[in-house]
Design a protein around this ligand. Structure first.
Ligand code: GDP
Ligand code: IMO
Ligand code: MG
Length: 431
């Protein structure tokens, strides 16, 4: 019963889409288990660059069954748009399976996401404003609407009436915003039920039967470890369990089904939105990494904050996800810099932190001093054509080996460019 959980090991956008698409040929199912269309996973096939927000990146592989698990929050408008976009690009979504238990993002979730951010003002989280937080809040509060409810008009109407009774008061009385009527939402959402109906399934059963038949499953995480609701830099996180532990709950298989955990890390770090980022570079090196790495949000177009690789975070990610392997991405981007720094520990108030600190106040710029090791770079050497570890310049090999030593997890995949072929396999196996 083999299966692999693939997770972001930093603050998202590590290259999960590329790696999922790349290794999906070894898997029968690719499953999204959390998050929603806050994700933007880039896949490049036949020179075409596509951004997937809800559909698992395994959709690019016709042999794979893409599954949207129960832990995902689904905006049907985005789903419909994505199905159309894929069709326009010649990619079939016929095999797409959607869990009957996944929660639905409603128009009022989106309105509330924006309103809450506005209320927070300078303390805003910097959300993608897609209604993710409010939808998960309703799920935990047991007032959410699920995919199966959407497919039963009577139940959908009843649940919507109950929800709107409260939501409209919040929208109007607290935020002074327009309200919604039941009929208005029904009119828009009921046609989506027809779109979803042929795809809906009890996905827990489907996946457990697949495991019994010795099918190989890949769980595709969205966001990243430091954005996890429990293990991230709370409150500057998303509202779901992005870590490996989220895969079993978000899909309905038991933890024993997971045999490998592949963490995706960039050779440096980026972050979008607010929140602490100890190794952030607010200088020309940060600008350079952003320029060369094309660090702009796939979904929102926002400029990503850039910084040096942080081994404290990487070790923490290795622990909280039980990483068995790491895929290091964007190593090619470091060809742009002279020497490369790696944060090996933090110092705050005279105390050294080798492990992720208990109190997150340590992580803020006014308190933290990253302790760096500096390694020589390979400036100007184009490594995008390297296909084996030995092809890499000696300093690039030394950088990878140093990171492995710092983290204690093998880097069995190294990406040296956005295309599928621009990859070095170094002992990775899906089983
Ligand atoms: P995800 O959200 O983790 O799937 O990552 P994104 O798609 O948001 O961002 C990663 C970006 O880096 C995308 O534009 C990818 O095409 C690109 N990318 C992935 N791996 C590499 C790599 O090794 N080198 C370079 N230069 N770009 C990469
Ligand atoms: P992928 O899967 C990077 C960030 C937002 C914000 C915080 C909360 O492409 O790596 P939300 O809309 O989820 O309530 O926003 O989380 N965020 C991401 N950052 N990559 C993502 O997804 C993200 N999804 C959410 O910027 O800081
Ligand atoms: Mg992304």
């Amino acid at each position: 019963m083999p299966s692999t959980v693939l997770v972001g090991a930093q603050w998202g956008d590590e290259g999960k889409g590329k790696i999922t698409d790349l290794i999906s040929s070894d898997y029968d199912y690719v499953v999204r288990f959390q998050g929603g269309n806050n994700a933007g996973h880039t896949v490049i096939a036949d020179g075409k660059k596509l951004a997937l927000r809800l559909t698992p990146s395994g959709v690019m592989n016709p042999a794979c069954v893409p599954v949207i698990g129960n832990g995902v929050v689904v905006d049907p408008r985005v789903l419909a748009g994505e199905i159309d976009m894929l069709a326009e690009n010649g990619i079939s979504t016929e095999k797409l399976v959607i869990s009957c238990d996944a929660h639905v993002i409603m128009p009022y979730h989106i309105a509330l996401d924006g309103a809450q951010e506005m209320r927070l003002g300078k303390h805003e989280i910097g959300t993608t404003k897609n209604g993710i937080g409010p939808a998960y809040k309703d799920k935990a509060g047991r007032t959410g609407i699920r995919i199966q409810d959407l497919l039963d008009e009577k139940i959908f109407r009843e649940k919507l009436e109950t929800a709107l009774e409260y939501k409209n008061q919040v929208l109007e009385k607290i935020y002074g915003l327009p309200t919604f009527t039941v009929d208005q939402i029904l009119e828009e959402y009921l046609p989506y039920a027809d779109l979803i109906r042929p795809h809906m399934a009890e996905t827990a059963q489907l996946l457990n039967e697949a495991l019994r038949a010795d099918k190989n499953i890949l769980f595709e995480g969205a966001q990243g470890t430091l954005l996890d609701i429990d293990h991230g830099t709370y409150p500057f996180v998303t509202s779901s369990s992005c870590c490996a532990g989220g895969a079993p709950t978000g899909s309905g298989v038991g933890p024993k089904a997971v045999t490998k955990v592949l963490g995706i890390t960039k050779a440096y770090i980026t972050r979008v939105g607010s929140g602490p980022f100890p190794t952030e570079l607010k200088d020309e090196t940060g600008e350079l990494l952003g320029q060369v790495g094309g660090e702009f949000g796939v979904v929102t177009g926002r400029k990503r904050r850039c910084g040096w690789f942080d081994a404290v975070i990487a070790r923490y990610a290795a622990d909280v996800n039980s990483l068995t392997d790491i895929a290091l991405t964007k190593l090619d981007v470091l060809s742009a810099v002279d020497t490369i720094k790696i944060c090996v520990a933090y110092e705050a108030d005279g105390v050294r932190y080798d492990y992720f600190p208990m109190q997150h106040s340590v992580l803020y710029p006014k308190n933290v001093t990253p302790i760096y090791e500096e390694l020589p770079g390979w400036k100007g050497e184009d490594i995008t054509a390297c296909r084996s570890f030995e092809d890499l310049p000696a300093n690039a090999q030394a950088y990878v080996q140093y990171l492995e030593e710092m983290i204690g997890v093998p880097m069995s995949i190294i990406a040296v460019g956005p295309d599928r072929e621009q990859t070095i396999f170094r002992g990775w196996s899906s089983r």
